[in-house]
Design a protein around this ligand. Structure first.
Ligand SMILES: Nc1ncnc2c1ncn2[C@@H]1O[C@H](COP(=O)(O)OP(=O)(O)OP(=O)(O)O)[C@@H](O)[C@H]1O
Ligand SMILES: [Mg+2]
Length: 332
C-alpha cells in the first residue's frame, strides 16, 4: 500500500475553540491507482490533501490520526523531513497554475531549478530533462515553451507545465486538487488523459480532488465521497456509480452534467447546503437534506460494508439499500 490514511482528523481554531474540519477520514491508495476525493464545496477535500502533504499551517491547528506513506508515519513528522518528501516523493498540482509558478522567471528555469534542488545535475542536463518532460506532457514545441514566462502561456499549457514541474522528480504520489476546473472542456479531457497516462509512464499514484462526478467516472479507480468533513461513502468507482449506498452519493450522481457540453463550476441539484464545520450536527450531517431521514439519523452512522462499498448511512446498516428510484425522489 502506497498511502494509508486512518482516522485523520484536522481541527482548526475557530471562534476560540478547536473545530474538527475533517473527522476520522480513512482511505488507502495503492500503487498506480487513481483515487477520487469528491464532495461539495467546503466538504474538506483540500484540507484532507493538505494534511497528507503536511501543509496545514494554521497556528493552533491539530492534526491527529495516521498517514502512512510507504510504511512511514507522516503525522508528527518534522517540517524539514516533510519538505524533503514534498517534491521528491509527493508532489501536488493545483487548480490555478499561477500559484505554482512565479511570474518573474521562465517556466523552463523554474522546472530546471526544481530538478536541481533534488538532484545533482548540470544546468544543461536539467534543461534537457525539462524539455523532455514538457514534451511528455503534450506541450508542442517544448523548447520554445520552456523559454516563456507563465503569463505568456495559455491556461492549458500552464497546467501541463505545472504537471511537468510536479513530475520532474518522479513522485510516487501526485495530489491533484481540482486540476481541470479552470480549463475548457477539451483541455480538461486532455489533462485527465494525461493523469491516466502517468501511472503507465511514471508509475505514479494519483489523489484526484474534484467536485465533478463526471471527472471521477472517467478517471478514478476508487472514490471517496466526503460530506461536511466526514466520509459518506468509499469504494470502487464502478460499484459506487452502479449502486450508490449513500443518499448523498446518489444525489451527486444525479448532478452529473451531460458528457458533452459545458460543466457547471458547482454542483447544482441538491437543495440546501452542507453545515459549516462548527455547526455540524451530532448525528448524520446529511440528515437535514435527506429524503430518507428517520429518527435513528440523530446518532452519527458508522461506516458499514454495503456491497463493495463502505457507507455511513443507517439504511444499508439496517440491511435496506437505497431503492433504485431514489434519485428522482430526492429531486421531487
Ligand atoms: N484556515 C482555515 N480556517 C478556518 N476554516 C477553514 C480554513 N481552511 C478551511 N476551512 C474550512 O474548512 C472547511 C473545508 O474546507 P476545504 O477547503 O477543505 O473544502 P473543499 O472541499 O476543498 O472545498 P472547495 O470545493 O470549495 O475547494 C470549509 O468549511 C472551510 O471554510
Ligand atoms: Mg478545495
Amino acid at each position: 500500500m502506497l498511502l494509508a490514511v486512518r482516522d485523520l482528523t484536522v481541527a482548526l481554531p475557530i471562534g476560540g475553540r478547536l473545530v474538527p474540519i475533517v473527522e476520522s477520514v480513512s482511505f488507502t491508495l495503492g500503487a498506480r491507482e487513481i483515487l477520487g476525493i469528491v464532495g461539495e464545496s467546503g466538504s474538506g477535500k483540500s484540507v484532507t490533501s493538505l494534511a497528507v502533504m503536511g501543509l496545514i499551517d494554521v497556528p493552533g491547528a491539530r492534526v491527529s490520526g495516521s498517514v502512512r506513506f510507504r510504511g512511514r508515519e507522516l503525522v508528527g513528522l518534522a517540517p524539514r523531513a516533510y519538505r524533503a518528501l514534498r517534491g521528491r516523493e509527493i508532489a501536488m498540482i493545483f487548480q490555478d497554475p499561477m500559484t505554482a509558478f512565479t511570474p518573474v522567471y521562465t517556466v523552463g528555469r523554474q522546472i530546471d531549478e526544481q530538478i536541481r534542488a533534488h538532484q545533482k545535475i548540470s544546468r544543461t542536463d536539467a534543461r534537457a530533462r525539462t524539455v523532455r518532460l514538457l514534451g511528455d506532457m503534450g506541450v508542442p514545441d517544448p523548447e520554445r515553451v520552456a523559454g516563456r514566462h507563465p503569463h505568456q502561456l495559455s491556461g492549458g499549457l500552464r497546467q501541463r507545465a505545472m504537471i511537468a514541474m510536479a513530475l520532474s522528480c518522479n513522485p510516487a504520489l501526485l495530489i491533484a486538487d481540482e486540476p481541470t476546473t479552470a480549463l475548457d472542456v477539451t483541455v480538461q479531457a486532455q489533462i485527465l488523459d494525461l493523469l491516466r497516462g502517468l501511472r503507465r509512464e511514471y508509475g505514479s499514484s494519483v489523489l484526484l480532488i474534484t467536485h465533478d462526478m463526471g471527472v471521477v467516472a472517467e478517471t478514478c479507480d476508487r472514490t471517496l465521497v466526503l460530506y461536511s468533513g466526514l466520509v459518506a461513502e468509499r469504494g470502487p468507482t464502478g460499484a459506487l456509480f452502479a449502486q450508490p449506498g449513500h443518499p448523498y452519493t446518489a444525489a451527486l450522481l444525479d448532478s452529473i452534467p451531460p458528457l458533452h457540453g459545458p460543466r457547471p463550476a458547482r454542483l447544482p441539484s441538491i437543495p440546501g447546503s452542507p453545515p459549516a464545520p462548527a455547526e455540524r450536527p451530532a448525528g448524520c450531517p446529511f440528515a437535514p437534506r435527506c429524503v430518507y431521514v428517520q429518527d435513528s439519523c440523530a446518532v452519527r452512522p458508522p461506516l458499514v460494508a454495503c456491497g463493495e462499498q463502505d457507507v455511513a448511512c443507517v439504511l444499508p446498516a439496517e440491511g435496506r439499500p437505497l431503492p433504485p428510484r431514489f434519485v428522482s425522489e430526492m429531486r421531487a
